[in-house]
Design a binder for this molecule. Sequence first.
Ligand code: FAD
Length: 496
Amino acid sequence: MTVPHWLFGDQLGPHFLASGADVPVVMVEARSVFRRRRFHRAKAHLVLSAMRHRAAELGDRVRYVRAETYREGLRAAVGEGPVTVHHPTSYAALRLVRSLPSVTVLPARGFLVAHEDFRGWAGGHGGQRLRQEDFYRWVRRSHDLLMDGDRPAGGRWNHDRDNREPPPKGARTLGAPPPYRPREDDIDQEVRRDLDRWEREGSVAFVGRDGPRRFPASRREALAALRRFVGHRLAGFGPHEDAMLAGDPVMSHSLLSSSLNLGLLDPAECVERAEGAWRAGRAPVGSVEGFVRQVAGWREYVWQLYWYFGEDYRRSNALRHREPLPRWFLELDADAVRARCLATALAQVRDTGWTHHIPRLMLLGGYALQRGWDPQAVTDWFHRCFVDAYDWVMVPNVVGMSQYADGGRMTTKPYTSGGAYVNRMSDLCGGCAYRPGDRVGERACPYTAGYWAFLHRHRARLERNPRMAQPVRGLDRLADLEEVLRREGLRGGDPP
Ligand code: FAD
């Protein structure tokens, strides 16, 4: 008898079924997932649509079960019989599959680097900080990615310096060719009707708007999105990667994260096609390197750290931040916010469940960090509100990268800045109620005041950090520090 194979909802591409073309498949749509958390509705829509599209492709081969829990669904599909599954992507799901005696767990798919290989690499660093840059170069070498022999193709490992340009002066948009957008079909309509019904029944609640679906829900759509990106948008990816424009939220970003994380695309095919575009002379090396760095560097690094740091990592709170998230933030109430940059980012999350990495890091995460919000609650918020968010990717990105709650295991310094950074890297300060240069007064920028208040609060820790010592010394030059702190104290959880 052929043993059936169980696919989780983020294992939807052909590389999760490589073991055999005829293996029967089991998929479980577990309603409890949506009851536990208040997800963005566009995320719930995307995940359900993608699962149902995959089931439609597999036809008679799949037993698709709708159940309250995974455990119940699996029992309905295969009874106590044996089943295989690829290593899931969260500790909770791994615990579940390991607790079921009939389930055989196969190695993870959907990443370039195997867990054992990463442990080997990390072990070679003798307990020192695991630097993303070192890891990334090791991946490039070991996968012969964008290499000319043993040298980096194009002569340099790192093009970050060229890839941090502010937006072009006076431009309202970057003028990149538009990204791929899918067209909804009958499956989407069915998903929407189900979500409406569940909401009416009161069994689930969502945040955010579920407009027309913006992200691929099938392999066919995901491949079209990848082709569109590599063929038309990759060439301009690099230079303005970190810039923000109010009227152009996507700029040259790939919008491929949800497809990669649903397993619709394999990272290998993404980076290979990007490299192919450079070799064919269709994209400059700086842009291609920038993209390869994101996928083969950052995405892999984050996946590995999630497992390497262990399950308790999510509870790290080195800065002892305990403030609850205010209601306006939880409800994505962008209209309540006057600070134009934060209002713009929050509105993008509300309307699409997506922003690019700088609004996530410097605006949304940065505001939370400056105000001392509980990092676990911030992680939960990101997890619920972003279409591409899963436990493995959220925990290191939020706990480590954005909230510095791990005390520097992942990054060498906290990522936070005053309004000057936002002003340099965007057009968002124009027309804002606040002025980036003002620390005090009616028009004091909340990021500028928040930055100094953050440095002051954590002075003892940060002055020992070589990368922060100089900014911390800047506190001594502020004649109005008391006033900054007083006003920050008064702000409380009110929207800025
Ligand atoms: P591009 O800018 O086009 O980058 C290409 C690809 O690189 C992305 O599709 C993604 O797969 C990968 N990538 C780049 N950086 C990272 C990273 N730090 N971690 C993982 N993958 C990366 N990414 C997610 O996929 N899911 C998340 O839940 C998520 N949460 C984040 C939270 C915070 C606070 C921060 C700072 C970053 C987070 N990121 C997350 C990383 C990054 O912001 C998104 O991957 C990216 O914005 C998705 O848009 P894109 O596909 O257009 O990316």
